[in-house]
Ligand binder design. Structure first.
Ligand code: 13P
Ligand code: ZN
Length: 277
């Protein structure tokens, strides 16, 4: 049995494929990582090799020392992942300091993990602690409607949260904690990783202006479903804004309070108070 047949790898490939089919991964756009459970590592141990050198991550993640991640490769196309997973994805191991990683499987024709590895690992680091080890998936993609909104809405957490909550009744229930927004920054480095992971302390979704979205979750379904929900809501808002510059009716603050009560979710006051347009 090959490593590719393992359930967590099949699910990872399946989500990569779904994301591609939705148009969220043009060319090499987007990247994806999963923090392996001990039982996952046990299952794939026979296929791992430890002869590659350690490389600098570019950020320090001491609470991830010794952890293993399944990650997409930098410059690799999501479209090719299902056909040739071993060439396009990799398993990496973090060293005993949390400063370095090495490839222990995959990227068989060469390459390195995603250029957004600093952001992925800093997000994993934050989420591992604050969710008591539950969150394991970080997903980054380029959905068109979310990106379009970053040109017309004010780049504030409260504005994006409130507008997207109002576009679909399920939204306040799916992301009651809200959504974070990072101003345009150069991708791929430490600074954007620090800015994103700070927002991940509070939110499970962070939007990068004029670029895309990062989401965090416990498993593949939850994380992908979160992005589907946010992007669907963004699509509705794009349609509403295209039709008119004012809403005749909407989900009101009172409606949101009623929803919170019945669905037993806490909606922060800072977003309930904020009426946008
Ligand atoms: P990588 O190919 O290095 O993962 O970069 C794609 C991307 O979306 C950068 O933000
Ligand atoms: Zn990107």
């Amino acid at each position: 049995m090959s490593l590719i047949k393992e359930e967590f790898i099949r699910e990872f490939i399946d989500i990569a494929n779904e994301g591609y089919r939705k148009g969220w991964h043009e060319r090499n756009g987007g990247n994806f990582s999963y923090r392996l459970k001990s039982k996952d590592i046990e299952c794939i141990k026979p296929y791992l090799t430890y002869d590659k050198p350690f490389n600098k991550i570019g950020v320090s993640v001491p609470n991830l020392k010794g952890e293993y991640f399944l990650v997409t490769g930098s410059g690799k196309y999501f479209r090719n992942i299902p056909r040739k997973p071993e060439e396009n994805i990799a398993v990496i191991e973090i060293d005993s300091t949390g400063d370095n990683y090495r490839i222990v499987w995959g990227l068989s024709k060469g390459g390195r993990p995603t250029s957004e590895l600093p952001t992925h690992l800093m997000n994993h680091s934050v989420k591992k602690d604050i969710t008591q080890n539950k969150h394991r998936v970080i997903y980054h993609c380029h959905p068109a409607n979310i990106i379009a909104l970053t040109f017309v809405l004010s780049l504030e957490d409260a504005v994006f949260t409130r507008e997207l909550w109002e576009m679909a009744t399920e939204c306040p229930v799916v992301f009651p904690e809200g959504i974070g927004v990072v101003d345009w920054m150069v991708p791929g480095g430490r600074d954007i990783a620090v800015a994103t992971s700070r927002l991940m302390e509070k939110y499970n979704v962070v939007i990068w202006a004029h670029h895309g979205i990062f989401a965090s979750g416990q498993d593949f379904d939850e994380t992908f479903g979160l992005v589907e929900t946010v992007e669907k809501s963004a699509e509705i808002l794009v349609k509403v804004l295209s039709m008119s510059n004012e809403k005749r009716q909407t989900i009101t603050t009172e409606n949101l309070r009623d929803l919170a009560k019945d669905f037993n979710v806490a909606l922060p006051d800072e977003f309930l108070k904020r009426q946008c347009f």
